[in-house]
Write a protein that binds this ligand. Structure first.
Ligand code: PLP
Length: 317
């Protein structure tokens, strides 16, 4: 069942006059809304139980980057959580494009969400819930600011253990973030800017919304176990095979990450971002590494290539 999508008249009328919405545009309950008007019920199980999956993709210089991979992951997540929405993949893609076009932002952070919703009869049975789809496009924001991208991030390793895969399948992008948020506060307490937390075996897992890579003797490694398989992480593998670097997914111990030649983190919110300090010590010389910089440059170059990106049509700009 696929619905046609009405455009909220208020948005449609003012759209070309005011040339976009600085705070972004959302789509929910079949309508496009200015971001400040996009609100959900406190009874939604997405809010009450974190019963939701989502994905984020970015638009850079008016082009989506690897949108197909994000849609694949989002649909896989919904299927595994047994969620159903009345929109097919093409419709969702056009909703996302419309949110970006209406917002007017050429560089945008675009999120699609499916929550369990709630049951009209207040049943506690999740099968009775009407699942809810929400999308929005807001201005692009990065995990690392400009200065941090230049000099590299200062990261602390928290003792917090990431929620294990047997509890929550990490390949379903989710909002179970209390472990990651605890890690962040630990990192702030240690004077760092962001955190890495551990897997159940005490190896490095990931951070709040990003994966991590180490470079040692010219080869790259990223944790295999208990992490979200990021699209940016996948992109690093693709870039490595293009330029002939070896990259593998395998355990990384705390000792190994501190002894690495280079460390970087990866996320749709910021791309490939260098790390030059972990806990109290610099990584190697404490400067952004050569391979990290090479991959960062290549990553942003790919944003203009049709094989990796697709153009957004902004009819009023
Ligand atoms: C989204 C996310 C990442 C990064 O994934 P990308 O697809 O590269 O943005 C890493 N870890 C967690 C827990 C995430 O939610």
């Amino acid at each position: 069942m696929t619905q046609t999508l009405p455009v909220l008249p208020a948005v449609a009328e003012h759209y070309c006059d005011q040339r976009g919405y600085p705070d972004g545009v959302a789509f929910m309950d079949g309508q496009y809304l200015p971001m400040s008007e996009a609100k959900i019920s406190v009874l939604d199980w997405g809010f009450l139980h974190s019963d939701a999956t989502y994905d984020t993709v970015h638009v850079w210089n008016g082009r989506f980057f690897r949108l197909d991979l994000h849609l694949d992951r989002f649909f896989r997540g919904m299927e595994r959580l047994r969620m159903r929405i009345p929109y097919d993949r093409e419709t969702i893609e056009s909703i996302l494009r419309n949110c970006v076009a209406l917002s007017g932002h050429k560089s945008s952070y675009v999120e699609m969400i499916c929550t369990r919703g709630s049951s009209p009869t207040f049943s506690r049975d999740p099968r009775q819930a009407e699942n809810r789809f929400i999308a929005f496009a807001v201005p692009f924001g990065s995990v690392a600011n400009k200065e941090q991208l230049e000099r590299g991030l200062h990261v602390a390793i928290s003792e917090t253990v990431r929620i294990p895969p047997k509890s929550i399948d990490p390949s379903i992008k989710n909002y179970h973030w209390l472990d990651l948020v605890k890690g962040l506060f630990d990192a702030y307490d240690m004077g760092a800017e962001t955190a890495l937390i551990l897997d159940a075996n005490g190896h490095i897992a990931e951070g709040p919304g990003f994966n991590v890579f180490v470079v040692k003797d010219g080869s790259l490694r990223t944790p295999a176990f208990g992490v979200l398989p990021g699209i940016t992480r996948r992109t690093v593998f693709d870039l490595c095979s293009e330029i002939g670097l070896s990259a593998t997914a395998a355990d990384i111990s705390r000792t190994e990450i501190k002894a690495a030649d280079e460390v970087f983190i990866t996320s749709t919110a910021g791309g490939i971002m260098p790390v030059t300090r972990i806990d109290d010590a610099p990584i190697a010389s404490g400067h952004v590494g050569f391979i990290t910089r090479q991959l960062m440059d290549l990553y942003w170059q790919k944003h203009d290539e049709p094989a990796w990106s697709s153009v957004v049509d902004y009819p009023c700009l």
